[in-house]
Design a binder for this molecule. Structure first.
Ligand SMILES: Cc1cc2nc3c(=O)[nH]c(=O)nc-3n(C[C@H](O)[C@H](O)[C@H](O)COP(=O)(O)OP(=O)(O)OC[C@H]3O[C@@H](n4cnc5c(N)ncnc54)[C@H](O)[C@@H]3O)c2cc1C
Length: 377
C-alpha cells in the first residue's frame, strides 16, 4: 500500500495550490463581502481542465480521476470556498452525464462543462423535501416526444448560470412512485429562476430556487431510463460527498494556517500565543483531525477511481471531514480571540463557510443513517 500521490496527481496539487494562493485567496474576502459570484475563477478552472476532471478526454475532459479531483478541490477550497462549491457541482454533473448519459448527451453537454463555457447544476431538493429526497413532488408527465415538468426546487447551487441542470422529477405515482432525471437547459419555456438566497457563508456561490411551469423537456434530454432518476441522484451524491469532504478539509486547512501564523505573531504575557500549551493543543488537534479527514476522503476517492463500492466510505469521509473541519475552524477563531470575530481577519469567514458542509449533499444525520444501514444490513 502506498500513501504518496502519483506524480501527475502531485503535479496537479502543486499547480492548483499555486493558482488558489496567488489568484483565489487574495480575492476571497472581497467576494464574500460583496456577495459576488467569482465568474473569473470558474473560467480559470475551466481553462485548466479542472471542471471536467472526471470526464474522458474524448468529451473534452481532463480525465484526471477522483483522487486528483479531491486533491484539487481541497486546494481550491483553501483559496476560495465559494469557487470550490461551483467547481464541485460542475464536476459532479459532468460525472453524472458521463456515467448515465447517451452518446448524444455526452457530446452535447460534456465539452461545455469541461471547458468552463457553462457550469452544471443538480436539482433534487424541494421546499418540502430535503433529507427525504424520495419525497419530492415535482412531476414529469410524458406527452409524445416531451415531458411536461411542474414544480419547484430549492437551494440549487449554480442554478442561475448553469448551462445544464439535472432535475429530478416524479414520472409515476402508481402503482409505484418512480423518479426520472432530466437535463434542463436555460431558456426552455416554463423554466424560471427564482431569488438568490442570502446565506451565512459561501456568499459568492450562486444558490437559487427554480420553477417549472408546464416546462417542456424533450425525451432526448432524459438522463438514464425512466424511473432510474433516484438511483442516478443517489449515485451522483455518493461521488459528490467525496468532494464535500475534500472541500471541508481545504477550508479548514486555510483556517488552521491562519491560526498557526497568528499564534506565532501575537504576544500575551510576554510571549507568543504559540508558547502556550493550550494553544498548541488546539493547533495539534486540528492538524490531527484534518489529516484523518483527508485520508478518509482520499480512500473514498481511490475506491471510486478503482471501481470499488464507495457509498459507505463517501459518507464516512463526508460526516467526519465536515465535522472535524467545523471544529478546526471554531478553534481557529478561538485562537484569534476578539480578532477572530471581526471581518479584518479570515477565520470568521472560514467558520461561516464551513457550516454548510455538514448540511448539503446530505446532512450529518443522513450520513450516519447511510453508515448504520450499511453496518446493520
Ligand atoms: C448553500 C446550499 C447549497 C445547496 N445546494 C444544493 C444543490 O445544488 N442541489 C440540491 O438539490 N440541494 C442543495 N442544497 C440543499 C441541501 O442538500 C439540503 O438543505 C439538505 O439536504 C437538507 O435538507 P433540508 O434543508 O430540507 O433539511 P431537512 O431535511 O428539513 O432537515 C432538518 C434537520 O432534520 C434532520 N433530519 C431530517 N431527517 C432526519 C432523519 N430521518 N433522522 C434524523 N434527522 C433527520 C436533518 O439532518 C436536519 O438536521 C443546498 C443547501 C444549501 C444550504
Amino acid at each position: 500500500m502506498r500513501f504518496e500521490l502519483r506524480e501527475e496527481q502531485a503535479q496537479i496539487r502543486e499547480m492548483v495550490r499555486s493558482l488558489a494562493r496567488k489568484e483565489f485567496a487574495p480575492k476571497a474576502a472581497e467576494i464574500d463581502e460583496q456577495v459576488r459570484y467569482p465568474a473569473e475563477n470558474l473560467s480559470r478552472l475551466g481553462e485548466l481542465g479542472l471542471l471536467g476532471m472526471l470526464v474522458p478526454a474524448s468529451y473534452g475532459g481532463s480525465e484526471t480521476g477522483a483522487v486528483a479531483y479531491a486533491v484539487a478541490l481541497a486546494e481550491v477550497a483553501a483559496g476560495c470556498a465559494s469557487t470550490a462549491v461551483g467547481m464541485a457541482v460542475t464536476n459532479m454533473v459532468g460525472d453524472g452525464i458521463h456515467r448515465f448519459g447517451t452518446e448524444e448527451q455526452k457530446h452535447r453537454f460534456l465539452p461545455l462543462l469541461a471547458s468552463g463555457a457553462a457550469t452544471g447544476a443538480f436539482a433534487l431538493t424541494e421546499p418540502s423535501a430535503g433529507s427525504d429526497a424520495f419525497g419530492i413532488s415535482t412531476s414529469a408527465v410524458r406527452d409524445g416526444e416531451t415531458y411536461v415538468l411542474n414544480g419547484s426546487k430549492a437551494f440549487i447551487t449554480n442554478g442561475t448560470r448553469a448551462g445544464v441542470t439535472i432535475v429530478m422529477a416524479v414520472t409515476d405515482k402508481k402503482p409505484k412512485k418512480r423518479i426520472g432525471a432530466f437535463l434542463v437547459e436555460p431558456g426552455m419555456p416554463g423554466f424560471s429562476i427564482g431569488k438568490a438566497e442570502h446565506k451565512m457563508g459561501l456568499k459568492g456561490s450562486d444558490t437559487v430556487s427554480l420553477s417549472f411551469d408546464d416546462c417542456r423537456v424533450p425525451v432526448r434530454n432524459r438522463l438514464g431510463e425512466e424511473g432510474e432518476g433516484f438511483a442516478i441522484a443517489m449515485s451522483a451524491l455518493d461521488g459528490g460527498r467525496i468532494g464535500i469532504a475534500a472541500q471541508s478539509v481545504g477550508i479548514a486547512r486555510a483556517a488552521l494556517e491562519a491560526a498557526t501564523s497568528y499564534a506565532r505573531e501575537r504576544r500575551q504575557f510576554g510571549q507568543p500565543l504559540a508558547g502556550f500549551q493550550a494553544i498548541q493543543g488546539m493547533l495539534a488537534d486540528s492538524a490531527t483531525e484534518l489529516d484523518a479527514a483527508f485520508l478518509l476522503a482520499l480512500r473514498a476517492a481511490y475506491r471510486k477511481e478503482t471501481g470499488a463500492s464507495y457509498t459507505r466510505e463517501a459518507s464516512v469521509a463526508k460526516v467526519f471531514a465536515s465535522e472535524a473541519a467545523y471544529r478546526a475552524c471554531h478553534r481557529s477563531v478561538q485562537i484569534f480571540g476578539g480578532y477572530g470575530y471581526i471581518r479584518e481577519y479570515p477565520v470568521e469567514r472560514h467558520l461561516r463557510d464551513i457550516k454548510v458542509t455538514s448540511i448539503y449533499e446530505g446532512t450529518s444525520e443522513i450520513q450516519r443513517i447511510v453508515i448504520a444501514r450499511n453496518l446493520l444490513r
